[in-house]
Design a protein around this ligand. Sequence first.
Ligand SMILES: NC(=O)CC[C@H](N)C(=O)O
Length: 233
Amino acid sequence: MKSAVLVFPGINRERDMARALRLVSGREPAMVWHAETSLPEGTDLVVAPGGFSYGDYLRCGAIAARSPVMNAVRAFASDGGLVLGVCNGFQILCESELLPGILMRNARLKFICHDVHVRVERSDTPFTRGYNAGQVIRVPVAHGEGNYAADEDTIRRLEGEGRVLYRYCSPSGEVGDTHNINGAAQSIAGIINERGNVLGMMPHPENHVEDIMGCTDGRGLFAGLVAHLGRAA
Ligand SMILES: NC(=O)CC[C@H](N)C(=O)O
């Protein structure tokens, strides 16, 4: 697996992401500055990490989505390359129209920073094959704008096509308003595009990959990607 982590001004989770990728894949990811116009040769996974690109001005991710590197990411995705966006990365992918919908302010208008539970809805995708369908994992969130929204037709399609991969839930897997931390439509925490090669998610799996972090539930996502792409591709 040869991954590339995108670095935008104001991003602050790129090292956490690089550490998780290195730990699980055994390979150092390339760090790619937003002004680049191409991705390193042989890249098979592009990751947009979390943080506060451009200080969240306009809307979270709106300015980063117009960065030169995003043209290369769009071309990479349209060739079938795997793209993962976490938190601000998810916002950037929506703003780039690589994923449908938007991330609005959290329903209670407060920044949320704590562990949550999410249910893995399917295990037959490169992004979830490290888990079992229905498995509940504990992962941290840290966002002010994680309230996923889209028009009714888009939500119907996402559900009908099995494109919701992660959903906020209780520790035992129940989904409902009480466990929907930010008011997201259908308790959506993560979705894939129509082709299934672009995932955006609000929680941070990269922060639960080592015992010292108090939980390793996020590891399955990276382990699944490594299983899909091969360790030293
Ligand atoms: N941790 C993050 O990526 C935060 C994303 C964004 N700055 C927000 O607050 O919603």
